[in-house]
Design a protein around this ligand. Sequence first.
Ligand code: G3H
Ligand code: 13P
Ligand code: ZN
Length: 312
Amino acid sequence: MPLVTTTEMFKKAYEGGYAVGAFNVNNMEIVQGITEAASELKAPVILQVSAGARKYAKHAYLVKLVEAAVVDCPEIPIALHLDHGADFEICKSCIDGGFTSVMIDGSSRAFEDNIAETRKVVEYAHARGVVVEAELGKLAGIEDAVNVAADDAQFTNPAEVEEFVSKTGVDSLAIAIGTSHGAFKFKPGQKPQLRFDILEEVSRRLPGFPIVLHGASSVPQDLVKVINQFGGAMPDAIGIPEEMLRQAATMAVCKINIDSDVRVAMTAAIRKYMAENPSHFDPRQYLTPARTAVKEMVSHKITEVLGCAGNA
Ligand code: G3H
Ligand code: 13P
Ligand code: ZN
């Protein structure tokens, strides 16, 4: 089947009590590892591209890689999504350039400005059959478009969501309930917590409406250990406990964003391979276990966290 939007995926996910994984893609091995896992498990999947990914790999290469995955995995629905679009211009460029879904991230703007920019993107996108994700509340962490210090992070205010959704016409909404971007989400000794009360209140106010969780990597400690054992330095890397994400997936959360865990899996595999095979210099030799590590990570997420296996 051709690239799809997330509309049908989210409807089935909401009704089925599971979430669809949205994994960031930056190169061929990542695209292949993710889609091979989703294909084997008959799971829908969202491949998402950040501004940084477009800068690194170029828009055309990423679109063609994802189109190749669609040909390679014809039996599963695949959506191509812009992650954290900073403004109308980047969203327009992705809508015009073959994406089926875009995120306009106006979370750092004032409420009215967020509404205005989101509305503009929605009008342009919907006229072209593309769906739109927006964000209310601020997650801590760093990515290309947004750099929010932990002290500036803000939980989503449920009292704002109905007005935001009705005025913008947006298709899904990312909310801030305690997740954050990157591999260092909590300080050592800090107890990971998510505000399920906010999620519940948001879904009560928006019945049947798909909610998105960003910053949802769990940073598996066995892989952090491998990285540190083979020359890495990631002390105190901590993520969101998987059981919390599993719980969110059974609620109104229909899309869970994962990037750091894929990075950690690849880095652990490459560091180990390099340390154990110091004479090898063919990139295919170390990128093969890296791609397998991506596939294993995504298979694990689909079966143990998202619960979306068999729903393609
Ligand atoms: O939320 C951000 C994603 O992890 C993308 O990260 O901007 O470094 O590509 P990036
Ligand atoms: P992580 O850094 O937790 O993987 O979050 C990724 C993300 O939210 C991409 O938008
Ligand atoms: Zn994000």
